[in-house]
Design a protein around this ligand. Structure first.
Ligand SMILES: Nc1ncnc2c1ncn2[C@@H]1O[C@H](COP(=O)(O)OP(=O)(O)OP(=O)(O)O)[C@@H](O)[C@H]1O
Length: 609
């Protein structure tokens, strides 16, 4: 788990490393754009300095009797034109470069997030906050180059105007430059503080987002309406919004006060400068052109400073956000994994040896010394009370987590010594909390084995075996019907062809079809594959599953004990261990947990007769 406090203290090294990463990413995705931006920046910075010098020269020439100004006026017009046109071109280049860098950064971010082979990171709220900020950072990668170009622009125009001002008055130059130091320091402190506020309120935003999604979620809508809890949830969401707003308002006020003081300081500096220039012109030590140049230079220095300060401050804040991107893309994988090797076809079986597991050091033990063998070619059923740890055991088998103690062997090889992708390639599963993808029916099945997406015969075969083929063929566009209505506009709403909504049981059959299309795998895991089905469908599905499990290695979890009774081996998980195991008859004879649960269920059915 990552500590929130550790993340707030982002030092210079972290920021430098974030800047280097952002620049190299932007350079790789749009080198032409970066070069173009630098050229535009230099030209944009030079234009106002050139305009000021040309204006001074024109005014001074006009004061002499034979002052020819045509050439200068032409130059002035050209500089004005450049000053007007360059910002537009610069904006275009910035947008293009930003988009390209954003695409590259986002792609890389999601690829790196996939590198987390297990589930732990996705259960860590701090990592989730980082991931959200990282997505924001990825979208604005190019802005860092903008920030740097902005700073360069500020420095160049400053250099131009400071040089001009130095010629007129070194003392005035020193005053203007010195006045800029507190502004720069204050802006940097403010941007650091703003990034810290943003990080602090991230969990509040996450909660607010959760309530907002709940209030608009079609699945939640039925309960929310029936229980009348909409206003209650809305109040919670608004409380979070107000809390976040209050933190941001405090920050805004702090900025307002600081920036007010800084503006007053710069007004005093310009006023003093203007007073000095007018007095000097009266005394004859400055020409009219010099006064014009002086006014332009003081304005130019202050504008340059403002550009520099705001670019540095915004680049600083973006770097703080981008450092989350860097942290996510460089995060160590949650599970150590080997890159080379394969999981060979299962020939003997899977063995759990003294497996202990808890979700973290603060959680109680879920498994405390499980010993179990799933022999190759046999069907094993796992039963136990709610919360006994059955689904957890399955997640360990798929290596979503590693056992805290003990080991799991695939034909004698520790799962930790097999690349996770190679292991998962050998497993198919229907999970208790299976996904319903907002995609077409064909895609919902084909995602189980991507090559099957282009093979309608395989999709149909899996659907037939899962007992969902008839339902799918009767859809308006058959297997190509979208199983969602979220992508449609108001105009398409009444048109069933644009998408349909399936029932819970139908979705469950689709999940089963998705697992079945992944045929030929070495291990089939079925975690409550029929819990949402009607009795007839349940019977039919279990008959098909039984046929499928014959001579195959499978692990079935079900609370319907009638469905597990003909497994080759039934294991009862109780108090974190396998309390008893054997075939149905042996367990009934032993008269332990299984026999008690089985009789309880059977009695329920008999009473109804
Ligand atoms: N991600 C998690 N983080 C922390 N604890 C968890 C997590 N998932 C499950 N648990 C806890 O682990 C225990 C076992 O849960 P598990 O889902 O494995 O039980 P189960 O036997 O499959 O239950 P059921 O029959 O209700 O599906 C429960 O106490 C649960 O609260």
């Amino acid at each position: 788990m990552i500590a929130r406090g550790a993340i707030r203290r982002s030092g210079i090294r972290e920021l430098t490393s974030a800047a280097a990463a952002a620049l190299s990413l932007t350079w790789r995705s749009a080198p032409g754009g970066v070069i173009g931006q630098v050229i535009m920046t230099v030209a944009e910075a030079a234009a106002p300095v050139a305009t000021a010098w040309l204006t001074k020269s024109v005014l001074d020439r006009l004061a002499t009797p034979d002052g020819a100004v045509a050439g200068l006026a032409l130059g002035l017009a050209a500089a004005g034109l450049a000053a007007a046109a360059l910002p537009g071109i610069g904006r275009y280049l910035r947008a293009q470069t930003g988009r390209r860098a954003g695409v590259e950064a986002t792609d890389r971010l999601f690829a790196e997030a996939e590198r987390q082979v297990g589930l732990r990171r996705f259960e860590d709220p701090v990592f989730l906050d980082r991931l959200r900020l990282a997505q924001e950072g990825a979208g604005t990668t190019g802005d860092l180059v903008n920030g740097i170009c902005g700073s360069l622009h500020g420095i160049l125009s400053l250099a131009g105007f400071v040089g001009s001002l130095l010629i007129l008055s070194p003392a005035m130059t020193a005053l203007v430059v010195l006045a800029a130091v507190p502004v720069l320091v204050a802006e940097l402190l403010l941007s650091r503080r703003r990034a810290a506020v943003q990080w602090d309120i991230e969990p509040i935003h996450r909660r607010e987002f959760f309530y907002g999604r709940l209030l608009t979620d079609v699945q939640a809508a039925t309960e929310i309406r029936l229980f009348g809890i909409g206003a209650f949830l809305r109040a919670r969401m608004m409380a979070d919004r107000r809390e976040a707003n209050a933190a941001e308002t405090r920050m805004d006020r702090r900025e307002l006060v600081a920036q007010g003081g800084l503006t007053a300081l710069s007004a005093v500096v310009s006023g003093t400068g203007l007073w000095w220039a007018i007095t000097a012109a009266r005394g004859g030590s400055l020409s009219v052109g010099d006064v014009a140049m002086f006014v332009a230079a003081v304005g130019g220095v202050q504008a340059g400073l403002n550009t520099l300060i705001s670019s540095v401050a915004s680049a600083h804040q973006r770097l703080l956000t981008f450092s989350h991107y860097v942290a996510v893309t460089r995060a160590e994988p949650d599970l150590p994994s080997v890159d080379e090797g394969t999981a060979l076809a299962l020939s003997r079986g899977i063995q759990l040896q003294d497996v202990w597991f808890r979700y973290s050091d603060d959680h109680p033990w879920v498994l405390s010394g499980v010993d179990l063998t799933v022999p190759q070619g046999r069907s094993v059923a796992l039963v136990g009370l709610n919360g006994a740890g059955k689904s957890t055991l399955i997640k360990l088998l798929c290596r979503m987590y590693d056992p805290t103690r003990g080991r799991i062997l695939w034909d004698g090889v520790d799962l930790r010594d097999i690349p996770p992708a190679a292991l998962r390639e050998r497993i198919s599963a229907v999970f208790q909390d299976h996904m319903n993808y907002d995609m077409t029916a064909a895609e919902n099945i084909g995602l189980g084995d991507l090559p099957a997406l282009g093979d309608p015969a395989r999709l149909k075969e899996a659907a037939v075996r899962a007992g969902v083929h008839e339902t799918l063929s009767e859809l308006p566009r058959g297997y190509d019907t979208l199983l969602t209505r979220i992508f449609f506009s108001e105009a398409d709403k009444g048109n069933a062809e644009t998408g349909v909504v399936l029932s819970g049981g139908q979705w469950q059959r689709l999940a089963l079809a998705r697992a079945l299309v992944r045929d030929g795998r070495d291990l089939m895991i079925l975690d409550e594959p029929s819990s949402g089905l009607d009795p007839e469908a349940e019977h039919e599905v279990h008959t098909r599953i039984r046929e499928h499990r014959a001579r195959r290695t499978s692990l079935l979890i079900s609370h319907r004990l009638s469905a597990v009774r003909d497994a080759d081996l039934i294991a009862v998980l109780h108090d974190g261990r396998i309390a008893e195991q054997g075939p149905h008859e042996a367990l009934m004879e032993a008269d332990g947990h299984y026999a008690r649960l089985f009789r309880l269920q059977a009695a329920g059915y008999q009473e109804a007769r």
